[in-house]
Design a protein around this ligand. Structure first.
Ligand code: PGA
Length: 229
């Protein structure tokens, strides 16, 4: 079981320090946090592995605004998200770029959480499987690769996929690529355990509920309970 907190563009260094002054990951589950780049060094060394939210595929070069895997490794970062739907929606991230980012990060020795998921429109059109197939077609299984299934309509909206729907999508993802699969999209303390109990749900990628210590710790505790079953 892995619980990954995706802080998105939240938390200054001071706020990161305040979080870690209080947060203690419960035993029995793996926990990682993904702070914004500027707060990474305030998060490293606080007892929780730190992942970046994105990583470029070149080692260095004229890529304004991007950060390379080696730069992250130098800070003590252990992994990175790639292909988050917010990158795809707001920054034109393509499947091809996601593939390049994932491969370069894995080659450099980072763990990778590659995010996939359909929009509401795509689900209503009956295209969910086609979308997931296309997004996953560019990724190869790797021992350091995890996929996060995040239906775009459930991110930050309070609309969670039902546990059955999450299970169905995870089974489909696993039929295409043999790696652990996290669920993401409005995971909260009150729905985490039910979702995490699904047999093909290997953990959660948590946005909003990872920003406050109380709710995030409660989700981590739910994961530890499910891991024991
Ligand atoms: P949310 O975000 O938990 O706030 O819905 C999840 C994510 O975007 O990774």
């Amino acid at each position: 079981m892995l619980i990954a907190g995706n802080w998105k563009m939240f938390k200054t260094r001071a706020q990161t320090e305040a979080f870690f002054a209080e947060f203690r990951p419960p035993p029995g589950t793996r926990v990682v946090v993904c702070p914004p780049f500027t707060s990474i060094d305030a998060a490293v060394g606080r007892g929780v592995p730190v992942y970046a939210q994105n990583v470029h595929w070149e080692r260095e070069g004229a890529y304004t605004g991007e950060v390379a895997a080696e730069m992250l490794l130098e800070l003590g970062v252990e992994g990175s998200l790639v292909g988050h739907s917010e990158r795809r929606q707001h920054f034109g991230e393509t499947d091809h770029a996601v593939a390049l980012r994932a491969q370069a990060a894995l080659d450099a020795g980072l763990r990778v959480v590659a995010c996939v998921g359909e929009t509401e429109e795509e689900r209503q059109r009956g295209d969910t499987e086609a979308v997931l197939r296309a997004q996953l077609s560019v990724l190869d299984a790797h021992r350091n690769l995890i996929v996060a299934y995040e239906p775009v309509w459930a991110i930050g909206t309070g609309k969670t996929a039902t546990p059955e729907l999450a299970q169905e999508a995870h089974t489909f993802v696993k039929s295409l690529i043999d790696v652990p699969v996290l669920y993401g999209g409005s995971v909260k303390p009150d729905n985490a355990e039910e979702i995490l109990r699904q047999p093909d749900v290997d953990g959660a990628l948590v946005g909003g509920a990872s920003l406050e210590v109380g709710p995030f710790a409660a989700i981590c505790e739910a994961a530890a309970r499910v891991a024991k079953l």
